[in-house]
Design a protein around this ligand. Structure first.
Ligand code: MN
Length: 697
């Protein structure tokens, strides 16, 4: 086929301007692909032209044909989507871009579930249904020319076509395209077996032909006799469908070949039922095999009457009865919407989408094929995303899901240990919503724990529940531990140790605080809900208000977890003089002694607690620094480098211009202790633009 013969064919249904556009896309593509050739040695342009030809046979619109001409241009030449948009407009550029994105996805796992998810992914990624149709036409032509490839590659592509693309064609009711794809795929996968089957078919062909002609004459005769119009077509069997039936339905070759298939195509729906009556009068029907897909269409919109009759000598005869329009629909499915478009209705893709929506409603009222409704929702109104694991499996997640949701979907342990992620091999924030087709890799650390911030962006119930559960568990165990330490310390002046408490004493506390276990009493002390001094008072019989906090300070080791936190107001680091404030439900907040927040509570022994840094204090502490600098280019980078040189991290930085000359930087630095902090400050002060540096806001 040449571009001229194609354009000749297009005059049947496109206007001159549209054909000119298709031709322009052809020449653009030919130039872009110059010097490239197909595996067969032919110039590359043969392929896009043929793909457009497939769509022209389905009478698809001119934009689809243009996209077909250009479908490999982004992928194989230097042209960009925007470049195409400038030349051919956004709709065509978007179609080509959509097809290219699908091409990027490689199907690696053959498991059935994966295949289905892949189909859904392909559909979800294509915002415009025409993207799928161009892709199907592309695949069909690749299958037609698969002979040029090595056997192994032929098998892989055949398998992929069978698992992914033929089912998509089926979903869209494109039977002709689907059965050609199936035939070509089986031929690629099982060339020997199909060859033998064809020989066997050829052997019985002579006998079959006589029987077919006999039945055809009988059917036509009866229709004529009753004054009914109808085209009678004898249906020949494709080798691949014989093969599948033998394999899946465990039928012998003879059993399959003994069935004769016919189709009667007539004018109106009424005629269909009249023809059905006529057929049931001609031969005895096997009523259990009767199917009325006109009243209740198949999930993909297919309509027809199916009946099986018992012919002479007991030969089974299968008859399909339908109108011309249904016949078209059965051949090209969703593409029929471009074929039968109203003259005034330009927005055909919308019509196709509407058609699918109508179909869903129809299915709903028919109470049938729930599964289709589910899948159609996913396909054309995507509220799900499909992403790859690094091994190529596909996970289905709700729209808006993040890497954390992904991690929990893989396994709760992966979620709990997750620290970072790579999306398409690039580090990305854990909170970024995922897109279909992306590959997600989760980085874990053995001691990592879920972060309560995650709750603000996860979308799956599984992730939410697991994060809450883990946080709660952790809080529970940490508050028990802290409560234990606080109470032990408070009892020190009385020479009472916790494990010396009698059952009566603990029971009394349990009842007094209306909880179930002594651990819960400890947890509430740790959380700051029960003042330790009141427990001491109850245990010693002394007036609680009289006792003062005279015992040695509670040691802060930096590893207490969520029950010990540090005041955002003063950000103490090891070496600073500190005081603990007990905050209800939150445990202990450590402040600098000089902090203003502390001053307000100093006289309340139930709220304050003496604390001191443990000798072996561990970890990184945040300190806030205020830095005045001269305004000049690169000043932030210079200071950041100085901080890094001093071995500290920067957790946050903001800049406020005081005037044209001077800015104030607020920086949060992560340091080990006061000495480390002093070193950081010295380094920063040594930078030329720095005028002044101090701790605090
Ligand atoms: Mn292609």
């Amino acid at each position: 086929m040449s571009i001229d013969t194609l354009c000749e064919q297009l005059t049947d249904y496109l206007d001159i301007d549209q054909i000119r556009e298709v031709r322009r896309a052809y020449f653009y593509s030919e130039q872009a692909h110059t010097g490239q050739s197909r595996r067969s040695g032919e110039p590359y342009i043969i392929h896009p032209l043929a793909v457009a030809g497939v769509l022209a046979n389905m009478r698809m619109d001119h934009q689809s044909l243009m996209a077909a001409m250009l479908h490999d241009v982004i992928e194989d030449t230097g042209v960009t989507r925007d470049g195409l948009a400038a030349q051919f407009g956004d709709p065509v550029a978007d179609l080509v871009d959509g097809v290219s994105k699908l091409t990027h996805i490689h199907f690696e796992s053959a498991a059935e579930q994966q295949a289905e998810n892949f189909q859904k992914m392909a559909m979800a990624m294509a915002k415009d249904i025409r993207v799928i149709m161009v892709k199907l036409a592309d695949r069909l032509h690749n299958m037609r020319t698969i002979g040029a490839l090595k056997p192994e590659k032929r098998r892989r592509i055949g398998r992929e076509t069978l698992d992914i693309y033929a089912p998509i064609a089926n979903r869209l009711g494109m039977y002709e395209l689907r059965s050609e794809m199936q035939e070509l795929s089986y031929r690629a996968l099982h060339p020997m077996r199909l060859g033998r089957l064809e020989q066997a078919v050829a052997k019985v062909a002579g006998n079959r032909k006589r029987v077919v002609e006999e039945i055809e004459a009988a059917i036509s005769g009866r229709l004529e006799q009753l004054g009914l119009k109808g085209r009678v077509i004898g249906r020949e069997k494709q080798a691949n469908s014989i093969y599948r039936k033998m394999k899946n339905q465990h039928k012998s070759f003879a059993e399959i070949m003994d069935v004769y298939g016919f189709r009667v195509v007539t004018d109106t729906v009424d005629d269909c039922y009249r023809v059905l009556g006529a057929m049931h009068g001609l031969y005895k029907p096997r009523i259990s095999r009767f199917k009325d897909y006109i009243a209740i269409p198949k999930a993909n919109g297919y309509q027809s009457l199916h009946t099986t009759l018992v012919g002479m000598h007991g030969i089974p005869i299968e008859i399909q009865i339908r109108t011309e329009e249904m016949e078209q629909m059965a051949a090209v499915g969703i593409a029929a919407h471009w074929l039968y478009k109203d003259q005034q209705d330009g927005a055909t893709p919308d019509r196709a989408t509407r058609w699918v929506r109508d179909l869903m409603e129809m299915q709903q009222t028919a109470g049938d094929s729930l599964e289709f409704i589910e899948s159609a929702k996913v396909d054309l109104f995507p509220d799900e995303v499909y992403v790859f694991t690094p091994k190529g499996s596909i996970l289905e997640l709700p729209k808006g899901a993040t890497a954390v949701d992904f991690a929990y979907a893989v396994h709760t342990d992966v979620g709990n240990r997750c620290v970072a992620c790579r999306i398409d091999r690039t580090l990305a924030p854990l909170s970024r919503p995922l897109n279909s087709g992306e590959t997600v890799e989760i980085l874990t650390a053995p001691n990592a724990r879920p972060n309560s911030d995650w709750l603000s962006f996860v979308t799956t119930g599984k992730a939410r529940a697991a994060i809450r559960h883990t946080l709660k568990q952790r809080e529970q165990s940490e508050s028990i531990k802290l409560g234990e330490r606080i109470l032990t310390r408070a009892l020190l002046p009385y020479d009472i140790e916790l494990d010396q408490l009698t059952t009566e004493q603990t029971q009394d506390l349990i009842e007094h605080h209306k909880v179930d276990t002594f651990e819960q009493v400890l947890a509430q002390i740790g959380l700051g809900d029960i003042p330790a001094l009141s427990v001491v008072g109850r245990l010693t019989g002394e007036d609680e208000t009289g006792s003062s906090d005279s015992s040695k300070p509670l040691a802060i080791a930096g590893s207490e977890g969520v029950m010990v936190t540090y005041g955002r107001c003063c950000m103490p680091v090891p070496g600073d003089a500190i005081v603990g404030l007990i905050s209800r439900g939150k445990g202990i907040v450590v402040h600098q002694e000089r902090c203003r927040t502390v001053a307000e509570h100093l006289n309340n022994p139930e709220r304050t607690m003496a604390v001191a840094w443990d000798q072996d204090v561990q970890g990184e502490f945040e300190a806030s620094l205020k830095i005045e600098v001269e305004n000049q280019a690169g000043v932030i980078a210079q200071i950041a480098a100085a901080v890094a040189d001093a071995g500290a991290s920067i957790e946050g930085i903001s800049r406020e211009e005081r005037d044209a000359q001077i800015s104030v930087l607020q920086m949060i630095a992560g340091v080990k202790d006061r000495i480390h902090l002093a070193r950081v400050m010295r380094r920063v002060r040594a930078q030329k633009p720095v005028l002044r540096i101090s701790r605090g806001q």
